[in-house]
Design a protein around this ligand. Structure first.
Ligand code: F6R
Length: 606
């Protein structure tokens, strides 16, 4: 799990490489480094810790060059140290390599190379790559042939970029890890993700697995696994550079929470037609899913909670659906056949566990569908079809706007599935489409009026924080707890409201506030009983509810009010309140909100 940047072109590359790394820090941030090709050979600076350490080192202005590669790391092999930071070199220091992913056969390769006299200076799997290129060079191969031959023996998932002294080019490839090319004016970029170079160009080329690209100041050439030159389409992305800045907010997370009305507008735009009473899901017209009789939703983390939300919506409407942690599904998949549809939900489209779940059924007759934010991501290439959540880039490690967009996208998809499979409609349960269309405005009103900040301050210092809900509010309870724990580092747990009395109640005291989520539907009565149970043990209760849940509001010690909506969508609004509570609590505690300890935005290892 790391970020790669490459810059080739006129002028000095240092500032643009550093800028790119800054925009990729969400992919990993325990060490960073850059290597430049210049008139003295290949020069490298790399440092343990945040990017600032590297920046301080480079401020002396000692490093120059117009061709460079950069890397920000999140350790998988070897602790975060200067030695283990990328770029890595061969024995001569003439070849430098950055890598994202895992080389599974690195131990065998390392032993063979050491037996041939190569000397290793790090504990990483990556270091075998420059040494492999070096042995190709020793045998007289051109830099490109040596690079290609090195890649041929690698097993695992990777995106790699390399420079070789004396060659004004960067060689790069990908296999199971992301790598995109950016085409600017007299310069080219390669990166793990588009925000790395978006301020310089919006023209991108999505490389495919097995592609090898040679990038020079004059242009680039892509060749496929067989070494044949191939054309990869240049596409224009519509993300503006401001989309990846903080836009005046203290943290990306807060900015992204406030972007939700816009994100949700984009998510539902053109997809819900309250006049024709139907949904329009681009490539999935009515009847697409007619033969399906069972849905498996696979995902990890926050995306699992969105998947559970969809499961609840589908089962409530007569569709046989189950959600699974993708990492578990990958090793123990439940029975599936030609009438099963597997929906893989992932913001990044790069989560290794989710990809593994999809791969576990590849080659069978099970149909797969990706629900993701990232066009061109690995998941979209591995699934039979894709639906995009259209939330825009999310930089904060904690997923916020993408959860809301996932739930709304899955709600639209659920309507298509319910219609195709059962012939009924969620819309018939009462103004579902209208509620979906109103959601961006509802979220805006909630953001304008939220009292989450004072509430977070009031309960700061509690022993633990519990979150309860039932049906579609159960995954929101889990998500509320996940968000709270990941950015405050405080103990937080989510439960199905019915589960509390089967054990967790033993933890409830006057020092454990309980956030109870109410849908405004028939299930409110039972959740209210659970609220009384915890209050009887002295716990203060915060109801996250709309005015439709009058009794709950009267019973609770505190209230986070949400606008009235269709009961199956109340959870989306409740979740926004809980995002704000987590944010303000973490801010009060002075936590590293956008980059919580031990976490990374995209987890590309199983
Ligand atoms: C939590 C969070 C993670 C991700 C999980 C899956 O805030 O962001 O739990 O949801 O790592 O990531 P994606 O959705 O990219 O597959």
């Amino acid at each position: 799990m790391c970020g790669i940047t490459v810059r080739v072109g006129d002028g000095d590359a240092v500032a643009e490489l550093l800028g790119g790394l800054e925009n990729l820090e969400y992919r990993g941030y325990d060490s960073a480094g850059i290597a430049l090709q210049n008139d003295v050979g290949v020069s490298i600076v790399k440092r343990e810790g945040r990017l600032d350490h590297l920046r301080e080192e480079l401020d002396s202005g000692s490093l120059h060059g117009s061709i460079g590669i950069g890397h920000t790391r999140w350790s998988t092999h070897g602790p975060p140290t200067d030695e283990n930071a990328h770029p890595h070199t061969d024995c001569t220091g003439e070849i430098a390599v950055v890598h994202n992913g895992i080389i599974e056969n690195y131990r065998e390769l390392r032993e063979e190379l050491q037996a041939d006299g190569h000397v290793f200076t790090s504990e990483t799997d990556t270091e075998v790559i420059p040494h492999l290129i070096e042995s190709g060079r020793e045998e007289g191969l051109s830099p490109e042939r040596a690079f290609r031959r090195a890649v041929d023996v690698l097993e695992g998932s990777y995106a790699i970029a390399a420079i070789v002294d004396g060659t004004d080019a960067v060689f790069a490839t990908r296999q199971g890890s992301p790598l995109v090319l950016g085409r600017g004016a007299q310069k080219y970029f390669l990166a793990s993700d588009i925000p790395a170079f978006l301020e310089h160009t919006d023209e991108v080329v999505y490389l495919k697995d097995g592609d090898v690209v040679r990038v020079e100041t004059e242009g680039y050439t892509v060749t496929n696994v067989d070494g044949e030159v191939v054309t990869r389409e240049v596409e224009r992305v519509d993300w503006s550079p401001e989309d990846v800045g903080k836009a005046g907010y203290d943290h990306y997370m807060l900015k992204e929470i406030h972007e939700q009305p816009t994100a949700l507008r984009q998510t539902v735009r053109g997809r819900v037609d309250s006049l024709s009473n139907d949904v329009d899901l681009e490539a999935f017209p009515p009847g697409t899913f007619s033969g399906i009789d069972r849905i498996h939703l696979v995902a990890m983390g926050t995306s699992t909670h969105a998947a559970m939300y969809a499961e609840s919506l589908l089962t409530e409407n007569g569709v046989d659906a189950g959600s699974y942690l993708a990492g578990e599904y990958a090793t123990a998949p439940p029975p599936a056949g030609p009438c099963t549809l597997v929906i893989a939900v992932s913001q990044s489209g790069e989560t290794a566990d989710t990809l593994a779940a999809v791969r576990s059924i590849q080659g069978t007759d099970v149909r797969t569908l990706a629900v993701t934010n990232v066009v061109g991501s690995s998941l979209t290439r591995e699934c039979d079809g894709s639906v995009f959540i259209r939330a825009g880039p999310e930089i904060g490690v904690a997923a916020t706007k993408t959860f809301s967009s996932q739930v709304l996208t899955l709600s639209v998809l659920a309507e298509r599935l319910v219609r195709d499979i059962t012939g009924h409609s969620i819309e018939n349960t009462g103004s579902f489409f209208e509620a979906l269309s109103r959601m961006p405005g509802d979220v805006q009103r909630l953001l304008d009026d939220s009292s989450a900040r004072s509430l977070a301050e009031k309960y700061l210092g509690s022993d633990a924080y519990f979150f309860i809900g039932r049906n579609s509010c159960y995954p929101v309870a889990l998500e509320g707890a996940l968000k709270f724990k990941e950015i405050t580092y405080e103990h937080a747990e989510g439960f199905a409201a019915s589960e509390l009395k089967h054990g967790p109640l033993a933890l409830v005291t006057s020092e454990t506030p309980v956030f109870a989520i109410f849908s405004g539907g028939d299930d409110d009565t039972k959740t209210l009983s659970n609220v009384k149970e915890v209050q009887a043990r002295g716990a203060p209760v915060v109801a996250v509810a709309s005015n439709s849940s009058r009794e709950a509001i009267e019973q609770a010690d505190d209230v986070l009010l949400i606008p009235d909506t269709h009961p199956v969508l109340s959870g989306v609004l409740a979740n926004v309140q809980l995002q704000l509570v987590a944010y303000h609590a973490a801010n009060e505690l002075g936590r590293a909100i956008d980059k919580p300890r031990n976490l990374a935005k995209s987890v590309t290892v199983e």
